[in-house]
Design a protein around this ligand. Structure first.
Ligand code: AMP
Length: 145
């Protein structure tokens, strides 16, 4: 059985091409971060590479050289922005493992003591709320170390 291929019509590829909007937080030459529209917690956001790959399994290893520093940067900023108690970094590979969008991405999910995470990709959050949260993380990025 041949390995599944990257398909350029996935939603994150469309975001990268500017064909659909996102609540952007951070962008550099190699990576983009934006709010997850169905967050599992307050401040849940995503980090993606600009180079195409379905997930971790088919990615060129050099992709992670650029990606992981952005994941760390966004995790620190999201934790700070929302006074979270911790941060989950989550990443799914192929549908049976929970992947629903087939462009490599890392979830950055702030965690709050005593508050359970919502279910994965279930409930859309209001756009104004997402825009506000993106702004809070962008502000927190200014203090990133
Ligand atoms: P995964 O199951 O790891 O592939 O997660 C895909 C994530 O993308 C889910 O958490 C969705 O809520 C999120 N998502 C889907 N469409 C969009 C979109 N247009 N903008 C931002 N996040 C999205």
């Amino acid at each position: 059985m041949s390995a599944p291929q990257y398909e350029a019509d996935n939603i994150f590829a469309k975001i990268l091409r500017g064909e659909i909007p996102c609540h952007a937080i951070y962008e550099d030459e190699h990576t983009l971060s934006f709010m997850d529209i169905m967050p599992q917690s307050e401040g849940h956001c995503l980090v993606i590479p600009k180079v195409p790959s379905r997930n971790l399994l088919d990615a060129d290893p050099t992709t992670f050289m650029w990606l992981m520093p952005t994941v760390q940067k966004i995790a620190r900023a999201a934790k700070r922005a929302f006074h979270a108690h911790g941060v989950q970094i989550v990443q799914f590979n192929e549908a049976p493992a929970g992947q629903t969008v087939f462009h490599l991405h890392f979830h950055v999910i702030p965690v709050y003591e005593g508050t359970e995470l919502k279910l994965h990709a279930r409930e859309a959050q209001d756009g104004g709320h997402l825009a506000h949260n993106a702004e809070l993380i962008r502000e927190a990025l200014k203090f990133n170390s």
